[in-house]
Design a protein around this ligand. Structure first.
Ligand code: FES
Ligand code: FES
Length: 225
């Protein structure tokens, strides 16, 4: 790309005639981006914003830990960000933000989900339970108490997600939801160590508290003292 072609693209960006998306979409412009990323980035950030479209917003109403919440959100807001940034429920953690670690696990209508993979506006009328809704420091949920007793955490970053997942797992087993480690998926699932480990495999713990987490769950399920 010649200097004059580059200048032409940059002046179009500055005049608002070409969006950053337009630059990225164009093959020639992409080559320019590769050859002079600093110049393009500077031009893009100094471009006038008057012509920029406002982000679309939408009202959403759901229940969080038994309390009705009404929010108007950018439609791209994840449930995780709605909880943490808008409702200030920071117990739910952001680990990978890509559905890979389970730190953001919450329960929606009793079923566990990765809240980083779900848009908040999809949850109109839903009942969301976060770690703050399970117990309090004075009155721990049985799963929270069992995690303390069995040393089911070290740094604690993954723990809110682990506990929400663990509560939902025991409910899944009770409801007869099968897992991959069942030899016979039509049989009623049992609370075994392997069963719990399989079902908790989406919750990653960098501190490696896995065996203690499984023990805590077994106690709550009544198969271990
Ligand atoms: S933050 Fe959602 S799965 Fe990692
Ligand atoms: S307790 Fe540290 S990541 Fe799980």
């Amino acid at each position: 790309m010649t200097n004059s072609q580059m200048k032409d693209i940059m002046s179009k960006i500055q005049m608002g005639a070409l969006s950053r998306r337009g630059v990225l979409a164009g093959g020639a412009a992409t080559a320019a981006m590769t050859s002079a990323p600093g110049a393009i980035a500077q031009a893009a950030t100094s471009a006038p914003t008057a012509s920029a479209q406002p982000a679309p917003t939408m009202p959403v109403s759901f229940e969080v830990n038994g309390k009705r919440e009404e929010l108007t959100l950018d439609t791209r807001t994840t449930l995780l960000d709605a909880l943490r940034e808008h409702l200030h429920l920071t117990g739910t953690k952001k680990g990978c933000d890509h559905g890979q670690c389970g730190a953001c696990t919450v329960m929606v209508n009793g079923v566990r989900i990765n809240s980083c993979l779900s848009l908040a506006v999809q949850h109109q009328g839903d009942k969301v339970t976060t770690i703050e809704g399970l117990g309090t420091p004075d009155k721990l949920h049985p799963m929270q108490a069992a995690f303390v007793k069995h040393d089911g955490y070290q740094c604690g970053y993954c723990t809110p997600g682990q506990i929400c997942s663990a509560v939902a797992v025991l409910d899944e087993i009770k409801r007869g939801v099968p897992s991959h480690v069942q030899a016979d998926v039509s049989a009623r699932p049992q609370v075994t160590n392997m069963e719990l480990r399989e079902r908790m495999s989406g919750n990653i713990c960098r501190c490696g508290a896995y065996s203690n987490i499984a023990e805590a769950m077994e106690e709550v399920a009544g198969v271990r003292a």
